[in-house]
Write a protein that binds this ligand. Structure first.
Ligand SMILES: C[S@@+](CC[C@H](N)C(=O)[O-])C[C@H]1O[C@@H](n2cnc3c(N)ncnc32)[C@H](O)[C@@H]1O
Ligand code: SF4
Length: 376
């Protein structure tokens, strides 16, 4: 089981909260598509012929690629990799780019999962976040995706904004569940250093939402998700009728994936690697046969900590048998010893072969995870 991730590093405008690598000018798109095709070819042997189960086009803004550009990338994928007949193929789209003809062409390319970056249904929030779409675009895009034949639609929302009160958040969620979606990703706004929003916060231009209000919004999220019969399967991810993001599950469950494009990360169980976060260096490097990737070998402790951190964010938690097989009985005993105080406070539960967080535990997950980490 393996996945392919494509980082499409273009955006029509930079949102003020976002620190993902992307640039606004589009004139390097043709060169980027050639570089992607070359990188796909160069790395074709890295997976030893393993079948690809998931493909994910993320960004940046994949919906800024033309259908012809997408066809060129798809051809390079098909030419170099073996795809599962049951492939999950996700495409991130921004609401303002979604038209019926574009959606129909995406379906023809066998893209079968659409992830739409809605963020909020309130124009006030969209302006605060410097998004380029309106609340009306948001609703229209989801309806159009469903009418055009997508039956696996995910939506991204952001909560914890300074001016988003609990009533507004509940209305955003109500609007989300009134639309034909099968999956929701809801992220608390984070202030990433280097972003414009972070700078404004530091300058005192606004006050962040009080922590008690963030907690209240998270609790409301869990309640409304449950009422809508969505299942929380990861701290920020919710699925209707098991429509999980299988691609993202490979990040949380330690499966192999190759990442293509500037800033994309790859993982092969033993090493993590990442491409240069600069489009010009990426294009020129790949096209001139130079290395654009840095590689980090993971120690046993790194791998154990990674498993603790990613698995605990999911509803399944840590599979204790797999943990012991990978890291030995001493590491397992240390993990259980470190978890004991949190089991006592009911922030964690130890089932026969599983150690997972409870709803109360999710509220302090970073604190717990740090205390469970193995050390050298
Ligand atoms: C990097 S974007 C790429 C997708 C697409 N360009 C978009 O904006 O919808 C993926 C998602 O990450 C989330 N995101 C990015 N930065 C964030 C931040 N600082 N805080 C919370 N969510 C964030 C947004 O919900 C966004 O939809
Ligand atoms: S949130 Fe999406 S559209 Fe906005 S800058 Fe980041 S990648 Fe681009």
């Amino acid at each position: 089981m393996a996945g392919l991730y494509f980082h499409i590093p273009f955006c029509s405008q930079k949102c003020n909260y976002c620190d993902f690598y992307s640039i606004v000018p589009l004139h390097r798109k043709p060169e980027f598509v050639s570089a992607l095709a070359k990188e796909l070819e160069n790395r074709a042997n890295e997976l030893d012929g393993e079948i690809i189960d998931t493909i994910y086009f993320g960004g940046g803004t994949p919906s800024l690629l033309s259908i012809n550009e997408l066809k060129l990338i798809k051809d390079a994928i098909v030419h170099n990799y073996k795809l599962n007949s049951d492939l999950e193929f996700t495409f991130e789209a921004n609401p303002e780019n979604i038209t019926q003809s574009y959606l129909v062409e995406l379906l023809k390319l066998n893209i079968n999962r659409l992830s739409i970056g809605i963020q909020s249904f309130r124009n006030e929030d969209l302006e605060f976040l410097k998004r380029t779409h309106s609340a009306q675009d948001a609703i229209r895009s989801v309806k159009l995706a469903s009418q055009s034949g997508f039956s696996n639609i995910s939506m991204d929302l952001i909560y914890g904004l300074p001016n988003l009160d609990i009533l507004a958040w509940s209305e955003n969620l109500k609007q989300a569940f009134d639309l034909p979606i099968q999956h929701l990703s809801a992220y608390h706004l984070s202030y990433e250093s280097g972003t414009l929003l972070h700078k404004k916060l530091k300058n005192g231009a606004f006050k962040p939402l009080a922590e008690s209000k963030s907690t209240e919004q998270f609790e409301l999220l869990l309640k409304m998700v449950d009422n809508a019969q969505f299942e929380m399967y990861e701290i920020s991810n919710f699925a209707l009728a098991k429509a999980y993001s299988n691609h993202n599950m490979s990040y949380w469950k330690q499966k192999k994936y190759l990442g293509f494009g500037p800033s994309a990360h790859s993982f092969n169980l033993k090493e993590r690697s990442w491409n240069v976060s600069n489009l010009v260096e990426y294009n020129q490097g790949v096209l001139n046969g130079k290395s654009i990737r840095q590689i980090e070998k993971l120690s046993v402790v790194d791998r154990a900590n990674e498993m603790i951190m990613t698995n605990l964010r999911t509803k399944w938690g840590i599979d204790l048998f797999t943990f012991e097989t990978n890291f030995g009985i001493n590491a397992l005993n240390r993990l259980l010893l470190n978890a004991e105080p949190f089991i006592q406070t009911k922030w964690m539960v130890k089932a026969t072969n599983q150690l997972h967080l409870t709803q109360e535990g999710y509220l302090v997950s970073d604190f717990i995870i740090e205390r469970l980490f193995a050390v050298d």
